[in-house]
Write a protein that binds this ligand. Structure first.
Ligand code: SF4
Length: 303
């Protein structure tokens, strides 16, 4: 079936069954075009709480878990069950317990890109947009930050009254960016501002005109009086910005800044899900309740 026919069939079934489709900003644009809401992982989970009917999540596994943790009364489906986030699975619960034993006085702050099982062992969750505010508000001086060493380093450089213990994990996609990539892009587009996600290495972030979450990058680009931008995050953001701000120009930091897991979800997956060909995501209730504590704390401290 052609893209347009697939999209029409999805929209028809979605209406008929009263199902809400949520898409992460990094999934292919043709998928986000049929979604009821597109946003980052935290925005998706919050939006799902008020959504009509059951939910199909176009993104990766930990995001569907986060939706289920916050909306247990809804049936939640991951459009492509094979889509996982490598960073979310870099640390096991046992390894985290060992790290906690090494730093018994530290508050454990988990990037939201973690499994529900890991969240059960954490004190608070953070997103890239809320992390600085939340960690600053914690009473503990010591912070054990998991799993992204780059985001952790970014926070440690800002919150100098805290002592950070970092786990050496991170996003394989953002971690591959280099200073050479930035210099090359700036040489090709000397008038462009460089906007970057703090999941990139600190040396790359240090060259940015703006560093922030995906939503922050998009807002900055839209509101800026400047017209050219180099985008240092997953390349789908370049497509979204180009479609939403036709008068401006957006350049990827590098052509292969692509998350293969986010690209796994296709229109065929969404259609299969709507036809009942995907299994509902199920979370053990004890895990869900324990994981929810650190998400609730994130909402309380981060707003
Ligand atoms: S872009 Fe990175 S953090 Fe996001 S899903 Fe892909 S691997 Fe995970």
């Amino acid at each position: 079936m052609e893209k347009r026919c697939l999209q029409q069939e999805i929209l028809r079934l979605k209406r008929e069954k009263g199902i809400t489709v949520l898409a992460h900003t990094y999934v292919a644009r043709e998928v986000s075009e049929i979604a009821d809401f597109t946003g980052d992982s935290y925005a998706l989970a919050k939006w799902a709480q008020g959504a009509q009917g059951d939910v199909i999540l176009c993104g990766v596994h930990f995001m569907a878990e986060t939706v289920k943790i916050l909306s247990p009364q809804k049936k939640v489906y991951l459009a492509n069950p094979k889509a996982g986030c490598p960073m979310a699975e870099q640390l096991t619960v046992e390894a985290l317990k060992a790290l906690k034993a090494q730093h018994p006085n530290a508050a454990v702050a988990a990037y939201i890109n973690t499994t529900a099982a890991l969240k059960t062992e954490c004190d608070v969750c953070v997103t890239s947009s809320s992390a600085e505010k939340i960690i600053a508000a914690l009473p503990e001086k010591e912070i054990l930050f998991i799993p992204d060493i780059n985001l952790g380093s970014y926070l440690a450089a800002r919150l100098t009254d805290k002592v950070f213990h970092l786990f050496d994990g991170g996003c394989p996609c953002h971690k591959r960016t280099t200073v050479e990539d930035v210099l090359r892009a700036k040489e090709a587009h000397p008038e462009a501002l460089f906007l970057v996600h703090p999941e990139c290495p600190p040396a790359v972030v240090s060259l940015a005109d703006y560093a922030g979450s995906t939503a922050g990058i998009m807002q900055f680009a839209k509101e800026s009086s400047r017209t050219q931008f180099i985008i240092g995050t997953e390349n789908t953001v370049v497509c979204h910005l180009a479609a939403e701000c036709e008068e401006k120009q957006f350049f990827p930091l590098k052509e292969d800044l692509v998350c293969p897991d986010m690209r796994r979800t296709t229109l065929q997956d969404v259609l299969a899900c709507l036809k009942g060909e995907r299994e509902e995501l199920v979370l053990d209730e004890t895990v869900r309740l324990r994981a929810r504590r650190c998400i609730d704390r994130m909402i309380a401290l981060g707003g």
